[in-house]
Design a binder for this molecule. Structure first.
Ligand code: CDV
Length: 308
């Protein structure tokens, strides 16, 4: 048994006017609850420090820099790093990253229990659009504010396990999971901000959207025999609802813990990383069963090519 006690630390809404210090205080509160339960790794959502700002249009992209972090840790997040280290707790959270040479990424990090950054990921699949789109019920401007991640889908050895990250929309793409699976990933941690309604399809509400969310997580977990920890930012941000449904999924694809609210909420589960072995050595023993000679289209083309 290689047991890791995991906490998915769901955050309720963060309003546009909320300051990072107030958000970090809420994150610390969840961390204290986790510490009391002897959690080994706490996972927070995508863009955990601010409201989901890609819903707001800035004509000048530089005006959106207020939502970005220029270094990590920084003054706002230092208390998180310090407290996690005191507790000997690893953590992961997402934030908007502005690099010294001016690149903007939707990023997440994995911090080990000694407080060092063990891994970084930059979101590869950016949903939405780059220009103001009045036809939508609300904006989703990730393609305006971020570049696609340039780090691929790396995995990291930490505390005796193999960990990977992805972010929100990445979870809908089987390519994400398989690239992580091909590196032996044992736990994928991810944060998400998913609107409860579809801005381009009236009538598609939370029931369908939570179904698609769980379908993606459960398929990714099962088909790669990995644990999955998916953590929401949820609730109504300045009139815009985001669903909750933070989940911990086992390597059989079963949801073993799920949040019940759209507020700050901790869900905890003991995850045995050795439970990933059976699937990896049998039905999803990639080395024995994959047929890469037939998979060329996966990397050889982007869009659909229909026959003549
Ligand atoms: N933050 C996201 O990536 N959200 C997308 C929404 C726009 C569909 C998601 O895939 O959940």
């Amino acid at each position: 048994m290689r047991n890791v006690r995991i906490a998915a630390a769901q955050l309720g809404p963060i309003q546009k006017a909320d300051r990072r210090q107030a958000v970090v205080a809420r994150m610390l509160d969840l961390m204290e609850q986790a510490a009391a339960l002897k959690v080994g790794l706490i996972v927070y959502p995508e863009l955990a420090l601010t409201t989901f700002f890609p819903r707001w249009y800035h004509e000048d992209v530089g005006d959106a820099d207020i939502w970005f972090e220029r270094e990590m840790p920084n003054a706002a997040t230092a208390p998180l790093f310090a407290r996690a280290k005191q507790h000997g707790m690893a953590m992961s959270f997402g934030y908007a990253e502005l690099t010294p040479d001016g690149h903007r990424f939707n990023a997440s990090i994995l911090v080990d229990k000694a407080g060092g950054i063990a891994g970084k990921y930059r979101k590869v699949h950016l949903p939405g659009h780059a220009e103001l789109d009045e036809a939508r019920a609300f904006q989703h401007l990730e393609k305006r504010y971020f570049e696609p991640g340039d780090l691929g889908f790396p995995v990291f050895r930490m505390h005796g396990g193999i960990y990977g990250m992805c972010i929100c929309n990445d979870r809908r793409w089987p390519e994400t999971w398989r690239v992580l699976g091909l590196q032996g990933v044992e736990m994928v941690v991810l944060g998400f901000n998913t609107p409860s309604v579809n801005s381009q399809k009236s009538g598609e509400g939370p029931e369908t959207r939570i179904f698609h969310h769980k379908l993606s997580l459960q398929a990714g977990a099962y088909q790669n025999s990995t644990w999955v920890v998916a953590v929401a930012k949820a609730g109504v941000e300045d009139g815009h609802p985001l669903f909750g449904a933070s989940c911990i999924v086992d390597p059989d694809g079963r949801i073993v813990a799920e949040s019940a609210t759209e507020a700050d909420e901790l869900i905890v589960h003991d995850c045995d990383l050795d439970a990933t072995r059976f699937g990896k050595e049998t039905i999803f023993d990639f080395k024995r069963h994959r047929r890469v000679e037939h998979y060329g289209r996966i990397t050889g083309q982007v869009g659909v090519e229909v026959p003549e």
